[in-house]
Design a protein around this ligand. Structure first.
Ligand code: GDP
Ligand code: MG
Length: 355
């Protein structure tokens, strides 16, 4: 939904690039950086590990045009493609004014995956009573085996008149045309909204770091922590291998935690002086400065030691217990303990597992 950046006086719309991993979403944004001069755009922002598939999103903004008397800014955001990341995908697409669905135009598994992904997207939007325009990109047209846009539409089960744009995000063709059409669609939606309700009714704009803070849990922790608390990073449901124990049930609990975060079902709990404790849906999570380590090796050693202590004490049988590291290499790493809130707590006063 269009928002108003009251500080800079911009009317802001959001275009979300969705589609399977590897379809070319990030490549679209990289091409747009090449296409538009720095006066017209921001810098490409891609939080998360650099050398992996997108963890959170890619982000770029473009300025241009005037809507309802305000200079227009379009925020372009890509969704993370991996299935495990679908909660974040939904959080992103639900904020879209217009969606660009990018797919590889290659018959076979890639096309089937694209259809499944598009079907899920439409079902999710319908469930939320959202009806954003969806522009489909038949990408990778430079490949010899590429299907025509009409064949892509058929393979995706779309009506014959559905908007499908032929593109090569690698070579750049169609990329600018896509964004221009998407922004035009979003702008006319925003214009109608302003006419109907006035610009004052628009919510405040969220920028890229606000969005990251919402998705990674730091905004919520900040809002719940006291002024003197050091804010730890929130456990991530897509945490690296070796950062969560036990791996299987731990990842299950982390997904539950992710859903509680998306629903805002997290509250601060009373805890010891140095301890931070939260109730998140059915879970209780705790950490403290005693479980902060300066580097990854020290944090993993702490995780291993706690896991062994947990096994020795049989604590993992008392309540389903997860130990998980949060943070990124280069900054302090925190060890969190997550348990079923209903079960008796096998916790010491300092928030760790009794050893
Ligand atoms: N041949 C070809 N390769 C492309 C095109 N668009 C993206 N790619 C390649 O496909 C891979 C995945 O692209 P990326 O933009 O990271 O996909 P994302 O996962 O949707 O963000 C990369 O190796 C790109 O270079 C295209 O139009 N043609
Ligand atoms: Mg990407």
């Amino acid at each position: 939904m269009a928002t108003l950046d009251r500080r800079n006086g911009h009317l802001v719309v959001r275009v979300v690039y969705d589609g399977p991993s590897g379809a070319g979403k990030s490549s679209n944004l990289k091409q747009l950086v090449q296409t538009f001069s720095p006066q017209r755009r921001g810098e490409l922002f891609s939080p998360g590990p650099v050398d992996e598939a997108t963890t959170y999103f890619d982000w770029l903004y473009l300025n241009g045009g005037v809507v309802g008397g305000y200079p227009l800014r379009a925020q372009l955001v890509t969704t993370p493609g991996r299935g495990a990341l679908s909660r974040r995908r939904w959080q992103l697409v639900e904020d879209a004014d217009v969606i660009v669905f990018v797919c590889e135009s290659i018959a076979g598994p890639a096309m089937r995956e694209a259809k499944l992904s598009l079907d899920l997207l439409r079902a999710r939007l319908a469930e939320k009573s959202l009806v954003p325009q969806i522009i489909v990109q038949a990408n990778k047209q430079d490949l010899p085996a590429a299907l025509s846009p009409a064949a892509v539409a058929t393979a995706l089960g779309l009506a014959t008149d559905h908007e499908v744009i032929a593109t090569s995000a690698r070579e750049g063709s169609g990329v600018r045309e896509t964004v221009v059409r998407a922004i035009r669609g979003a702008a006319s939606l925003a214009e109608r909204r302003i006419v109907a309700r006035g610009a004052d009714a628009l919510r405040d704009t969220e920028d890229g770091s606000d969005l990251l803070a919402r998705l990674d849990g730091s905004a919520l922790l900040r809002s719940l922590a006291g002024p003197d608390d050091e804010i730890p990073p929130f456990p991530d449901e897509d945490v690296a291998n070796g950062w969560v124990w036990p791996d299987r049930s731990g990842r299950r609990q982390l997904r539950t935690l992710g859903r509680a975060l998306a629903a805002g079902e997290i509250a601060r709990e009373h805890a010891g002086a140095d301890e931070l404790a939260f109730r998140a849906g059915p879970l209780r999570l705790t950490t403290s400065r005693a479980f902060r380590r300066d580097d990854v090796d020290a944090a993993r050693a702490e995780l291993d030691a706690r896991a062994r202590a947990c096994v020795r004490s049989g604590a993992e049988h008392v309540a389903e217990t997860t130990l998980v590291l949060a943070g990124s290499p280069g900054s302090p790493i925190w060890l969190w303990t997550i348990i079923d809130a209903g079960a008796p707590a096998p916790l010491t006063r300092s928030g760790g597992i009794a050893s």
